[in-house]
Design a protein around this ligand. Structure first.
Ligand SMILES: Nc1nc2c(ncn2[C@@H]2O[C@H](COP(=O)(O)OP(=O)(O)OP(=O)(O)O)[C@@H](O)[C@H]2O)c(=O)[nH]1
Ligand SMILES: [Mg+2]
Length: 202
């Protein structure tokens, strides 16, 4: 199983981008839907994102009432074991809560995960609210960005060019190594970006 973990603050665009990636995988990689499983982690009792994703015919597993980077880390390992046993999909896409540190999830999986071939972390940055969020919760936002193998600056349709450049400069400073993309989940994401995401999983 290849894992793609989507991190990024509340409302940054994770679910929208997971929908786009799932469709790319199902349409272009001659996969059937059993090859893609999505794990939704939400802190609240009522899942909203899983309903959106299920509506599109995708397989979704829920991990609610806690965060998989801390309280629910063992539940994540157990869920992945169960998914492997029952479906053994090629791709497992994980949506973290907006408050998660993706690097902590990676550490747990490196230590306790089984049957995992590769793990890639994609951090989604809310381009529109970046300035506000980095002022209010700097440690979380910086760490989420630093943990990404790839960083997507999303909602570029809502941000002026000059401000976008400032966001890009900050992101680069927090994570000089990540592959960085500017995009908008509201319009079709370039296939080249999804090809890069799954490139080394083929
Ligand atoms: N204009 C614009 N809106 C976007 C974009 N991406 C997401 N949105 C909207 O932003 C809101 C949040 O998007 P989601 O995809 O639900 O974000 P999320 O990160 O999954 O949110 P949580 O799961 O609540 O943390 C939704 O209303 C989306 O339609 C974008 O690129 N441009
Ligand atoms: Mg979501």
């Amino acid at each position: 199983m290849n894992l793609i973990i989507f991190g990024g603050f509340l409302g940054s665009g994770k679910t929208s981008l997971i929908l786009s990636l799932s469709h790319f995988l199902l349409e272009n990689k001659s996969s059937d839907s059993s090859n893609v499983v999505i794990i939704e982690n939400e802190v609240g009792k009522i899942g909203v994102d899983d309903k959106i994703l299920r509506y599109d015919g995708l397989s979704v597993r829920e991990l609610f009432s806690g965060c998989i980077c801390c309280q629910l880390s063992s539940d994540l390992v157990i869920t992945l074991d169960d998914i492997h046993e029952k479906m053994n999909p090629k791709w497992v896409i994980i949506e973290t809560t907006g408050l998660a540190y993706p690097g902590k999830i990676l550490s747990t999986l490196n230590e306790y995960g089984r049957n995992i071939d590769r793990i890639k972390i994609i951090t989604v940055v809310d381009g529109e609210r970046f300035k506000e969020l980095i002022a209010v919760t700097p440690v979380l936002i910086k760490n989420q960005i630093a943990d990404g193998d790839m960083v997507f600056i999303n909602k570029t349709d809502l941000v002026m060019k000059e401000e976008l450049k400032q966001v890009e400069d900050h992101v680069r400073k927090f994570n000089p190594k990540a592959s960085l993309h500017m995009l908008s989940a509201n319009t079709k994401v370039d296939d080249a970006i999804w090809k890069e995401v799954i490139g080394n999983y083929e």
